[in-house]
Write a protein that binds this ligand. Sequence first.
Ligand SMILES: *[C@@H]1O[C@H](CO)[C@@H](O)[C@H](O)[C@H]1NC(C)=O
Ligand SMILES: [Ca+2]
Length: 239
Amino acid sequence: MLLLQAVLLLLVLPSPGEVTTTEETLPKEGCAGWMAGIPGHPGHNGTPGRDGRDGTPGEKGEKGDPGLVGPKGDAGETGVPGVEGPRGFPGIPGRKGEPGESSYVYRSAFSVGLETRVTVPNVPIRFTKIFYNQQNHYDGSTGKFHCNIPGLYYFSYHITVYLKDVKVSLYKKDKAVLFTYDQYQDKNLDQASGSVLLYLEKGDQVWLQVYGDGDHNGLYADNVNDSTFTGFLLYHDTN
Ligand SMILES: *[C@@H]1O[C@H](CO)[C@@H](O)[C@H](O)[C@H]1NC(C)=O
Ligand SMILES: [Ca+2]
């Protein structure tokens, strides 16, 4: 295509032979009828022509190689939550907790017994065989239980009776509130017992004592026959 344009351009431009036409016109009249002279030298080459017009766009080239991998894009938006999964297996049990404070604060219990038979009447019976007296609310030197925690208490006693009748009372604040009477039978070993629930205020005292005017102190105990006195806080006063 370019080649074709170049050829066309040459045809348009004046040829080297035509340059001499100016010389021929000069002596046109005076030299009429003259013999033709020696042909002149060819003229100089003209200046290069102007650049041709831009060619038409070439055919589309082949697809190039894939470019390098670009940088990682930004994180996408959070998706919608999935459906709830199935329930898991039960976990292993946790460690045992520390004991609560209330269990220590509201504890009161005792269980005591006779070591020898009672000989002294009209005074609190002293049980000196201690089965349990952790809080020391029972006083072995007097035979009295001292209420430290207001609330409802349970008391019970199981008395072995030997040689004499037994009349025994449970006292609360210098007043007999529970009475138990057992008549002794010759050559037998009897039992007398009683139990009661009592509401106690702090400072109240509870004990067992032989009551009545007669000689009814047949309470007995030896290594294999006990007489016991027990009491404990059922539940404390929540007021
Ligand atoms: C106490 O009980 C035992 C039987 O367990 C008996 O051998 C003993 O004689 C009892 N004591 C009295 C004073 O009866
Ligand atoms: Ca009896």
